[in-house]
Design a protein around this ligand. Structure first.
Ligand SMILES: C[S@@+](CC[C@H](N)C(=O)[O-])C[C@H]1O[C@@H](n2cnc3c(N)ncnc32)[C@H](O)[C@@H]1O
Length: 316
């Protein structure tokens, strides 16, 4: 057994590892070192798989928002190692995309050039590049690297017609404060769409899927905040935020605790009964070990492991 596997077998040792790792991540950030392995989605994908991923993410945004395209000024939070989704958004008529990221994900420049080239050919996007398709030549794209969403939407003064993210909100150290900033940054008629994965991202793989909810807030914060590991804002937090946001919108469920397969985003009542039973059983088996505020939550809320939040500012 490897040393890593040995540590992973023990929840206490795994916590000790994350405490140390988060301390190191905070030191790197303080020194201005932004490189990160997080968000390197395309590493290890061949071009066909990369293109499928990009088209899926873009298509999901349109479907969730019930729109045919995005126009005006668009913010994509946490693009990771590729601006290919931003390119699709620009290609369909948006005027400008602002890509906002707390880190700079490691990327394979050559693989990305192939993706941009293939998308350019497939969708006739040559006019969006200043020269050969590459990250540096995409027109009307601004990369705000090293900017946490929490600060960016409060400080930038920019206004947006759409604010989009996928697999990002769960990494924010204060997602509800970031949402407040986003709500203020939305133009009348503007929309925000966030697909949020509430699982522990493998932190305690091999243990109960909700192990992350058994620790005190202080311990959780010290294991996650600097490295961008999952926060513990769950569906109840997003629901309450939406109710008080002044925006209109809704939340649908895309994953259930302890259930492998994703769900087509839908309200709780419309989800598959057997998947819901499995998720509720998963919650019941850990309930006695949950920490403070999670104990007070309804089983149905704890059973939600992924969601899509869509909110619009009326007018426009
Ligand atoms: C799991 S990756 C998702 C990448 C991409 N959206 C995708 O679907 O493949 C999470 C991204 O969020 C970024 N991120 C994490 N915390 C952030 C924050 N506080 N503000 C802005 N971006 C953040 C990471 O650097 C990374 O690019």
């Amino acid at each position: 057994m490897t040393f890593r596997a040995l540590i992973k077998r023990s929840v206490a040792l795994t916590c000790a590892y994350y405490l140390h790792d988060d301390w190191r991540a905070r030191r790197r950030l303080a020194a201005g070192r932004l490189e990160s392995a997080s968000g390197a989605r395309h590493a290890g994908l061949d071009i066909a798989a990369s293109l499928r991923y990009v088209e899926r993410v873009y298509g999901d945004y349109l479907a969730y928002g019930g729109v045919t395209h995005f126009s005006g000024s668009v913010a994509e939070i946490g693009p990771g190692d590729s601006f290919a989704v931003a390119l699709r958004i620009l290609g369909a008529g948006a005027g400008h995309v602002h890509a906002i990221d707390r880190w700079v994900s490691r990327r394979d420049g050559e693989a990305q050039r192939r993706i941009y080239g293939a998308l350019s050919e497939r969708h006739g996007l040559g006019h969006l590049f200043e020269g050969v398709p590459a990250e540096e030549t995409i027109k009307n794209l601004t990369y705000h690297a090293g900017q946490p969403a929490e600060a960016f939407f409060h400080d930038s003064g920019l206004r947006f017609d759409a604010i989009l993210s996928r697999a990002v909100m769960e990494h924010l150290y204060d997602p509800l404060a970031a949402l407040d900033g986003m709500a203020r940054s939305l133009k009348p008629g503007g929309i925000m769409i966030h697909r949020i994965d509430l699982r522990d991202h493998g932190m305690f793989s091999g243990h109960h899927p909700l192990t992350l909810l058994t620790f005190s807030d202080g311990l959780h914060r010290r294991m996650t905040r600097g490295a961008g590991r999952p926060n513990r804002v769950l569906i109840d937090g997003y629901r309450e935020w939406l109710q008080h946001s002044g925006l209109s919108g809704g939340i649908t469920i895309s994953r259930l605790a302890g259930v492998g397969e994703e769900q087509d985003p839908a309200p709780w009542q419309a989800l598959d009964d057997s998947a819901k039973s499995r998720a509720l059983e998963c919650v019941r088996t850990i309930r006695p070990r949950l920490s403070g505020r999670f104990k007070a939550m309804a089983d149905e809320d704890l059973a939600v492991a992924g969601l899509v939040l869509v909110a619009r500012r009326n007018g426009g």
